[in-house]
Ligand binder design. Sequence first.
Ligand code: F6R
Length: 605
Amino acid sequence: MCGIVGYVGRQQARDIILHGLKELEYRGYDSAGMAVADKEGTYVRKAVGRVENLAEAVNREQPEGTCAIGHTRWATHGGATENNCHPHQSGRVTLIHNGIIENYKELAGILANEGRTPVSETDSEILAMFLDARYDGDPIKTMRECLPEVEGSYAICVLFADHPDEIYIARLGSPLIYGTTSDGAYVASDIVAILAYTDTYSVLPEGAVARLRTDEVRVITFNGRNIKPPVETVSWNVESAKKDGYEYYMLKEIHEEYDALQATLRPRIIHALPDFSADNVEDEFFKQVDRIVISACGTALHAGMVGSHLLEQLLRIETRVEIASEFRYGNPILDERTLLIVISQSGETADTLAALRLANERGAKTLAIVNVKGSAIAREAQRVLYTHAGPEIAVASTKAYAVQMGLIYLIALRFGLVTCRLDEPTVAHQITRLMETVDLIPDILAREKEIEAVAKELIHEEHLFFIGRGIDYALSLEGSLKLKEISYIHSEAYAAGELKHGTISLISEGMPVIAICSQDRLIPKMISNIREVESRGAKVIFITNEDYTGDEGKSQWRINIPKTDAFYTAIPVSIILQLIAYYVSYHKGLDVDHPRNLAKSVTVE
Ligand code: F6R
């Protein structure tokens, strides 16, 4: 949802900003813009589309200056036009913004009465105008006075024309971090944008303004207190945010799933049992829980669905999985005996955050599974367990999904142990089976060429179905989402037995149906469903356990899953589905990492 970056220091700023924007492109790529401040005036360049379009213009014009800000946009208010592109300028103010100003109409009304009219359709320009209208030469005072009147979410970087060596920043709800080196001060939505220069950073607190100068960052709260936010160090290096010879991040990230799972799970397995003492999640936290609710969006939601099978089937605890964007409107049942688990790679997703806040308000226990350290969801949950996937850059989530599933398995097993639903030998056995499954990942990746060959057969399709039962239905939803998201092929995921209640009328001659059959006990039922679609002309891609030798209908292709425990097949199957989606998109010649209309973190409702 928009990426922002800024630099003030001893170096020419333009390349630092362009580099940062390139790294932040996963947050939106409808347009990009840059402002470079100088005593002579402020240079502003904007370009619709990818950062490379902006780079072309900037490299031609070579603006000079050591203080600059840049923005890459995911359009919310107003189309992807140059006019709506950031930075927005109003009088002495130049501003970039990530978030949504909810009361922008009200502010626009006040400004209209003062004779001020915007030139773009954006909420962000109204904020620039508002700051300019109240600006009296003291940027900190102006921001401290204006921002409490602004509702919604924002991370902003502001240049004031009469302070050309300073950047002013603030945030509410949207992420913003800053870091310093002997070369100057940097600010960005995400550390990846500035990781080439510094691996230490601070999260800008909400309700504060910071002034960035070459040699000093001053942070001051809205009520006038100077504060020093803690300095964090990133736990991965700049190399892990690089493509490493892969053509797309998505493929690289699929190949990183084994390491990510090891990094997430191994340190939490002590004497063969799951252990969260190093995460400060004490056993007491899991006690007196009668029901579990898992809430998340998109792929993270699908990880929750997979986890819920283990919780209900092995532990026999009632577990509901709720779409976060629907959750708070359904007046959900939440009390002190409910454990709400929220799952989020970015830790920023607005709907997931809202679900978490509601559960906190209603006195439920809340636990977050999050990949990004210090993110809003991580800060607001009562307990947090971090996944250690490292940076996930491709817009389509892959390795984050794998570690989310891995961590829910661990949570389920620890929960089972401390609530005496499971005994130690059972938990130890399950842990062994889980880690054996993780060890099968290289085996799956060795079949990549075979999976690619099947994917190639699908590139001209317009419609497709995924079917499965139980965990395989949850996997179908994820396989279908991944394929739609990056290949633009319309697909539907259906519970295999449900198809005949209406939707089977869509099955026509030659339509591909991907049938996921990883649960031995359900294969005979799946075979009946496969036969139903085949007799209506479907060509079936049969994904099943390698030791299955029974009836497989007239399936056109078969992809084998290495034999593993039924609870954990999601790990190998999801990699097969991710590779199918990847290679369909790749062979269609699409930009796999940047699917149209999307952004990596969705900070709007
Ligand atoms: C799909 C995808 C999205 C995210 C969803 C939630 O590939 O990445 O569906 O899973 O937007 O994002 P997080 O996990 O950051 O809350």
